[in-house]
Design a protein around this ligand. Structure first.
Ligand code: NAD
Length: 341
C-alpha cells in the first residue's frame, strides 16, 4: 500500500516534512498547501510537488503570479489518506473540522494543545499509543528532544525528577522582524514554562520542571539538564553508554570533535551534507555528562527546524498501523541519513 500524504502549511516544518515524505518508499506526497505564492511555492513546483492554495484569495494570487496551483487545500486533503498539518499555532485546531468533515486522519504539531488530538507523540517513547488513532499531535522541538533523552535515562536508571533550563532561539532564520536582538528575555518569567508539563503528555511518570528564556540567535535551543534518578547510582560512563545507544541522539565532544557551540553543531551538519543543514538528532555533549550523587547533569542542543521531521513520518505509519515502531524508525532514519545508534 502506498500512503497518500498531504502537507498543509509549507514553511519551516511543512517543507521539511514534505521532503521527508517524498523520500519514503511506502508514501506518496500528493501535494502541499500554501497561503500565497512566493519563492518557496516556486521551488516546490520545481521539485515536482503539486501546490494548492489555502483559500480562494490565495488561489487567485497564484493564478496572477503564474505559479501553477492545483486547487484548494480541501481538494488536496480529499485526495489524500492523511494530512500533516504544519500550519502556525492554533490554525491547526481550526483546520481539524475540515479534516473531520472529509473523514481524513491528521497529524498536528506542537503549537497545538495536547487536546487537539488527545495523543501526543514521540516515536521512540509511545509509538504504539498512536496506532489506529484519527488524530495525533507530534510534540514541539524542545519536548521531542527532552522525551528522547529522559525516556532513555528512565529506562535504565528510573527518574524521580528532571529539571531543565532552556535557552531558546528567539526566531527562525527567515523571521527578520522578530527579536530580541540585544537582550535575554525570560519567556515566561513564571516557573515552570510549558515545556516540562508538555513532556508529561508523553512521559507521565515523573515531574519535569522547566525554565525558559529567549536568546538572540536563530539556530538551535540549548538545554541544561539536571536529572535525579532513583534506581542505581550510575557512573558518567554508564550514562554516556546508555545515551550513545539511544536512537536519534548525536553525541559530540568538545575535546575530541572540537564542538563547543551550537554554531559548531550547525557547521557539522553542513560538513555531513545534510539537506538545509538539518540536525534531526538531539545533540548531547558527551563531555558534559556528570553524575553527582543521584543527579545526572548534561548539556543538549536542539535544531528546532529539523528535529520533529522524523517524528512526523513515523506518526503517519503509526496512525495507519502499517509498521511497528522499530521498522518505521529504521526506514525513516535510513532515508534521512540518521545514523543508527
Ligand atoms: P510557519 O509559520 O513557519 O509555517 C506555517 C505556514 O503555514 C506559513 O507559511 C503560513 O503562511 C501557512 N498557513 C497559515 N495558515 C494556513 C492555512 N489555513 N492553510 C495552509 N497554510 C497556512 O510555522 P512553523 O514554524 O513551520 O510551525 C508549524 C507548526 O510546527 C506550529 O505548530 C509550531 O508550533 C510547530 N513547530 C515549529 C517549530 C519551529 O521551530 N519552527 C519546531 C517544532 C514545531
Amino acid at each position: 500500500m502506498t500512503i497518500r500524504v498531504a502537507v498543509n502549511g509549507y514553511n519551516v516544518i511543512g517543507r521539511r516534512v514534505a521532503d521527508a515524505v517524498a523520500l519514503q518508499s511506502d508514501m506518496k506526497l500528493v501535494g502541499v498547501a500554501k497561503v500565497k505564492p512566493d519563492y518557496k511555492a516556486n521551488s516546490a513546483v520545481e521539485k515536482g510537488y503539486k501546490v494548492f492554495a489555502a483559500d480562494e484569495k490565495g488561489e487567485k494570487a497564484f493564478r496572477d503570479s503564474g505559479i501553477p496551483c492545483e486547487g484548494l487545500s480541501r481538494d488536496l486533503v480529499s485526495a489524500s489518506d492523511i494530512v500533516i498539518d504544519a500550519t502556525p499555532e492554533d490554525v491547526g485546531s481550526q483546520n481539524k473540522q475540515m479534516y473531520e468533515s472529509l473523514g481524513r486522519r491528521a497529524i498536528f504539531q506542537g503549537g497545538e494543545e495536547h487536546d487537539v488530538a488527545g495523543t501526543s507523540f514521540v516515536a521512540q517513547c509511545n509509538f504504539d499509543q498512536a496506532v489506529g488513532k484519527k488524530f495525533v499531535r507530534v510534540v514541539s522541538c524542545n519536548t521531542t528532544a527532552l522525551c528522547r533523552v529522559l525516556h532513555s535515562i528512565d529506562e535504565d536508571f528510573g527518574i524521580s525528577k528532571a529539571n531543565v533550563v532552556i535557552a531558546r532561539r528567539a526566531a527562525d532564520p527567515d523571521e527578520s522582524s522578530k527579536g530580541p536582538i540585544d537582550a535575554v528575555v525570560l519567556d515566561p518569567v513564571t516557573i515552570p514554562s510549558h515545556h516540562g508539563p508538555d513532556v508529561n503528555t508523553v512521559l507521565p511518570g515523573f515531574p519535569v520542571i522547566s525554565m525558559a528564556m529567549k536568546i538572540p540567535t536563530t539556530h538551535m535551543h540549548l538545554h541544561s539538564l539536571v536529572v535525579s534518578v532513583k534506581r542505581d547510582l550510575p557512573s558518567d560512563d554508564r550514562v554516556i553508554d546508555k545515551l550513545s545507544k539511544t536512537p536519534r541522539l548525536m553525541l559530540v565532544s568538545s575535546k575530541k570533535d572540537g564542538i563547543k557551540s551550537t554554531a559548531n553543531v550547525m557547521d557539522l551538519a553542513r560538513e555531513l551534507g545534510r539537506p538545509r543543514n538539518d540536525v534531526f538528532e538531539a545533540v548531547v555533549w558527551k563531555d558534559s555528562v556528570k553524575v553527582i550523587g543521584n543527579e545526572i547533569y548534561f548539556f543538549m542542543a536542539v535544531h528546532q527546524e529539523a528535529i520533529v521531521t522524523p517524528e512526523n513520518v513515523d506518526a503517519i505509519r503509526a496512525v495507519l498501523d502499517v509498521s511497528g515502531a522499530r521498522e518505521s524508525m529504521r526506514m525513516t532514519d535510513q532515508s534521512l541519513k540518521i545514523k543508527a545508534n
